[in-house]
Design a protein around this ligand. Structure first.
Ligand code: AMP
Length: 218
């Protein structure tokens, strides 16, 4: 049984999904004046949406997850809150995926309250319907079974985290000084259901980054 189901998303899929999302927005008859990307996951979809919807105004807000020490619960906060006047504007807030929905809700509520536009709507490429606290106004794909979508803009970051997690949590590697790549590969497939070669050159790159950070992979 795979522990963390991973789907590797290609650049072509991103373009196709974003184009599909732009069509849904067009078909709804609602026209945004300004797009706001939620950093960092919303950057690429937001930029592509601007292209497909012919929009020139693109801003960004950054959300950050932090753990409340006492409650050990994850909460999203806006990292650099700033104010702009959106009077008379329709604003579309964009992220890659709505998982818990915390991030998009936070950004939407902040923009509505502080920027005072005519209307704020939210869009994401994907919506994990069984988990999310809310349904975005626009989404392209509904996801029923929770999966980690490995988007092309976080290949290296995710891959390093996937490997580091195995080394930290898998009983076979705990308290080990050194781990061979051959052992790691087998366990990686068990954990994530995808193979190192599915990541192309990124696998080698992730291994060398981890070595630089002090991981002993031989
Ligand atoms: P959320 O839980 O909806 O607040 O998600 C916060 C952010 O974490 C999203 O915007 C994504 O960038 C990332 N994220 C959360 N869940 C996933 C997932 N299942 N696959 C890929 N990225 C995710």
């Amino acid at each position: 049984m795979v522990k963390v189901p991973v789907k590797i998303v290609s650049w072509d899929e991103i373009v196709e999904w974003t184009r599909g999302l732009s069509q849904k927005i067009k078909d709804s008859g609602w026209t945004p004046d300004v797009v706001v990307a939620v950093a960092r996951g919303g950057y690429v979809p937001a930029r592509l949406l601007c292209d497909f919807l012919d929009i020139t105004d693109l801003l960004s807000v950054q959300s950050q997850h932090w753990t409340e020490a006492a409650r050990a619960a994850e909460k999203a906060i806006l990292k650099y809150p700033y104010k702009v006047d959106m009077e008379g504007k329709n604003v579309l807030v964009v992220d890659d995926i709505v998982d818990t929905g915390e991030t998009l809700l936070l950004a939407r509520d902040y923009i509505r309250r502080e920027w005072r536009p005519v209307e704020v709507k939210v869009a994401a490429l994907q919506w994990i319907s069984q988990v999310a606290k809310f349904e975005p106004d626009y989404y392209y794909l509904e996801v029923r079974d929770w999966t980690w979508f490995q988007y092309p803009w976080t290949r290296l970051e995710d891959l390093q985290q996937f490997i580091a997690r195995i080394l930290r949590e898998d009983e076979r590697f705990k308290d080990r000084d050194e781990v061979s790549l051959a052992e790691l590969v087998d366990v990686f497939v068990e954990w994530y259901g995808v193979k190192p070669e599915d990541f192309g050159d990124y696998w080698e790159l992730a291994i060398s980054r981890l070595r630089e950070k002090g991981y002993r992979l031989k």
